[in-house]
Design a protein around this ligand. Structure first.
Ligand code: CRA
Length: 830
């Protein structure tokens, strides 16, 4: 059919919706046209990359009409939009998702086969856009997928990093970072719009003046600027015709020097800054939940939110729109504190550019923002020195002081005479230097503040922001994270998806709670066999991949025990490693017969922040343990360690469906939520985990018998910390711990070099900030229960099925429904 606005003379003239036709012949014609006219090659002479680009272009054509129609519909309805502000989007490959969302998989496969091309080969040609570090960035990608699928108007705003998360390689077992040149072979999914570029100012000073009506007015006189060029990406809903935009900003130096700006400040400094302006979007900072207070990072943060606010106000609203009504049209969700500088930016625009007085501006600003906190680690809470902030954004610092003054007046009114409290709550801290606590600024500004799992939200209220939750209890809420079932079940696990569809139909893809209907199948032998067959197929697929990708051999018939996530001490990869070393030591010392080992392959995948020494040492140790263990015939091949380099979304999509056991073993109270944990359960792995983050909710839903719980609870951790934790006592008192650590120190993994891993072992025995030794015994006991259960394949598979059946709650569609209801107060357009 034709879109309602189709008429060449209509101001929003659109091509016919649904064209080109969904037929193999139509597809082939479109594909060849792309190949010939866009790539400039004949099929007979085309490279895989040219074919990939042409295929992407073809799929894009199918989504294009939908995209324009979505935009028209949304503007016409003047619908309230979610502005998701996130410094990271860990998107994963686009092709498979676009094919799935537009129902083109089969057509493309057949059409390409007619051209003698294998679709899988083209899929593997894509370099994933790795514009995020880990969970936070992947969460953003899941959320925008769900919003599009639920027909909710959303614009994702972020940064188009030229280099995303580094590519990890191992040299002699040590991590070596390579630049991620994801744009090098072309980027067929983006639409640059230089015509909609936005100027962003930095530096300089402010001037006070009095306008004609006698009102004080502030003017920011910046000293340098940069152009933000938007690149639009399509975020297609699943089979629903909606395509939302993801708008990523790229920094470009302004070529024409504006003399008034340059004369205002320090000329030499201005020219230098101007020259370096393009650096702003060069590279993603590779720190995961530990921000480094680097000036360039603050520039990135202001750059993308300034572009985004300007874009929304100038391009998404009708001309003459009364900004007093802004909250009826937008809610900006702050994905952690990275975009919080948007708060003073909106205040500045409303006051300095649109003539609002403070109270009017604050009322609007407050309604337009909500804040999600993703961490509890104190070192992860961003604080910007006022020195730096004042130099880079002098007007914004003034506004932050203004917000703080009025806020503290409110605190003093609510708690008269309680100066200690006012001091504690100040947005401005004085130690170790004067700085702005961005989480406090976000909390003061936002209509709602949420944590990312029940336990985390509770700890956020009770431990991180207790004074704020006392002042504004109704402001705090929880939304437990979720993952998109499209990418992480339907696309990543086609075999299991088929098994599920054969049993209960395909409604679960957009209504994941329907997986509940699988519960009855947990007792059906045919279903269990099919389920196990899918798992085996996934293991074979992984085996082939790792052989080709890494030269790693996965043995048949092993329990596949997987720990994949960023390398961080609080996540405790060392606890998993100590378990491996301990098993090895017991065999070496004759305490354990190799025949009594459950055949097991332990898979690690983890990147360390390049500046995080301990994390890199742990990676080195894992690789060295793997080398020794894998080569030692005394284990009779019953214990293997695999550590494929460069864990990313693409690898996750192959690893997670193959896993039997999911390792979620952070110290209780440290992992805000986790989302990998959800993906594993949804794909039929059983979890061994602590009572931390969303594990708590996973265990509650799947049931105790189908989850291997171990370790201290959060209150127990707090109590042990308060009593004084002494890891040395565990080393002395537990023979297995001692033997494992001594084995590492013996040099067996390091060609006799006893000092090579001293940093790791000394830290464990003397400091052990995350209490790995305290939880070791309980962990080993839980692993024994794992082995016992695994020996009974039928019982294990039944538990795996129940994990799938009871994981529907962890769909990011549900997360989005919770945000809509509790925070955004917007509705789907359907
Ligand atoms: N590092 C948390 O640590 C959580 C994600 C998404 C994290 C994870 O437990 O699942 O966020 N926190 O909510 C974070 O990035 C800045 O803090 C993460 O990915």
């Amino acid at each position: 059919g034709y879109g309602p606005a189709f008429s060449p003379t209509h101001p929003l003239a659109l091509a016919p919706v649904g064209s080109p036709p969904h037929s193999v012949d139509g597809f082939v014609a479109a594909f060849l046209a792309e190949l010939n006219t866009k790539q400039g090659v004949a099929l007979s002479h085309s490279s895989t990359n040219a074919q990939y680009l042409a295929l992407a272009g073809t799929v894009r054509q199918y989504l294009m009409a939908r995209w324009l129609e979505t935009s028209r519909k949304t503007h016409e309805a003047k619908a309230k939009t979610v502005g998701y502000l996130s410094a990271e989007y860990l998107l994963g490959r686009q092709l498979g998702n676009a094919l799935m969302a537009s129902d083109l998989n089969e057509i493309a496969e057949k059409g390409l086969a007619q051209c003698g091309i294998d679709l899988t080969t083209l899929r593997n040609q894509e370099v994933e856009p790795g514009l995020g570090n880990g969970g936070l960035g992947r969460l953003a990608a899941c959320f925008i997928d769900s919003l599009a699928t639920m027909d909710v108007p959303c614009i994702g705003y972020g940064i188009r990093y030229e280099y995303g998360i580094f590519r990890q390689t191992f040299v002699d077992g040590r991590q070596v970072e390579q630049p991620d040149t994801w744009l090098a072979l072309g980027s067929p999914w983006e639409f640059p719009h230089p015509d909609e570029s936005v100027q962003v100012n930095f530096g300089g000073y402010t001037e006070k003046s009095v306008d004609a009506d006698g009102r004080e007015k502030t003017t920011w006189v910046p000293s340098w600027n940069v152009l933000g060029v938007p690149y639009n990406y399509m975020v297609p809903g699943y089979l629903n015709g909606r395509v939302n935009p993801l708008r990523l900003w790229s920094a470009q130096a302004t070529k024409a020097f504006d003399l008034s700006i340059f004369n205002a400040g320090d000329y030499a400094e201005a020219v230098r800054a101007q020259t370096f302006a393009e650096n702003i979007s060069k590279v993603l900072y590779p720190e995961d939940s530990t921000p480094q207070g680097k000036e360039l990072r603050l520039q990135q943060q202001y750059f993308f939110v300034a572009c985004s606010l300007r874009d929304f106000l100038d391009h998404e609203l009708e001309e003459g729109f009364d900004l007093h009504d802004l909250p009826s049209r937008i809610i900006f969700q702050l994905n952690d504190t990275h975009p919080v500088i948007a708060v003073p930016e909106l205040m500045r625009i409303l006051m300095d550019e649109r003539g609002f007085d403070w109270e009017e501006a604050w009322e609007v600003t407050h309604q337009c923002f909500a804040y999600t906190c993703h961490t509890l680690l104190p070192e992860a809470l961003e604080v910007w020195s006022t020195d730096l902030l004042g130099r880079l954004l002098p007007r914004h610092l003034e506004i932050i002081y203004g917000i703080n003054d009025r806020f503290l007046a409110e605190v003093r009114e609510a708690f008269p005479g309680d100066e200690l409290r006012a001091g504690r709550m100040s947005i401005i801290t004085e130690y170790p230097e004067r700085g702005v606590r961005m989480a406090y600024l976000a909390t003061v500004a936002a209509t709602k503040v949420n944590g990312v799992a029940e336990l985390h939200s509770q700890l956020l209220r009770d431990k991180v922001l207790p004074d704020f939750s006392a002042l504004w209890p109704e402001r705090f809420t929880n939304v437990t994270n979720g993952v998109t079932p499209r990418r992480f079940l339907k696309m990543a696990n086609p075999k299991l998806s088929d098994v599920i569809c054969d049993a209960i139909g395909s409604g679960w893809v957009t209504d994941l709670e329907r997986l509940k209907e699988l519960e009855t199948y947990a007792l059906d032998d045919d279903f269990l066999a099919a389920f196990r067959e899918a798992k085996d197929w996934n293991k074979r697929r992984l085996t082939t991949l790792l052989r080709n990708r890494d030269g790693i051999d996965l043995p048949d018939g092993h329990l596949l025990d997987v720990m994949v996530k960023r390398l961080h001490e609080y996540k405790r990869q060392t606890l998993k490693l100590l378990h491996v070393v301990s098993l090895y030591e017991q065999v070496l010392s004759g305490k354990l017969a190799p025949a009594d080992l459950t055949p097991r392959t332990v898979v690690f995948g983890a990147k360390a922040a390049p500046g995080y020494r301990m994390a890199k040492d742990i990676i080195h140790l894992i690789n060295r343990v793997a080398r020794t263990v894998n080569a030692d015939p005394c284990l009779e091949g019953r214990l293997k360690v695999a550590f494929p380099a460069n864990y990313n979304v693409t690898l996750a999509e192959k690893l997670i469906p193959a896993a039997d056991l999911s390792e979620q073993i952070s110290l209780a109270g440290m992992e805000a939520s986790g989302t990998g944990n959800m993906k594993f359960a949804l794909n039929g792995a059983l979890t061994i985990g602590t009572d931390d983050g969303a594990n708590v909710e996973i265990r509650r839903l799947v049931g105790d018998e189908h989850f291997f719980l171990f370790g201290m609870s959060e209150p127990e951790v707090a109590a042990l910390g308060a009593r004084g934790y002494d890891p040395g006592a565990y080393y002395q008192g537990n023979a297995a711990i001692r033997a494992a650590i001594d084995l590492i120190n013996s040099g067996i993994f390091s060609d006799g070099d006893r000092g090579m891993f001293e940093s790791v072992t000394m830290s464990l025995t003397h400091h052990d900030r995350f209490m790995a030794l305290a939880d070791f015994e309980s962990y080993v006991a839980a692993q024994a229960r794992v082995e016992e259960r695994y020996a009974d394949q039928e019982s294990w598979t039944r538990s795996a099925v129940l994990n799938v059946a009871r994981s529907g709650y962890f769909s990011s569609d549900r997360s989005m429904r919770d945000y809509l209801r509790r925070i955004w107060h917007t509705q789907p357009m359907l």
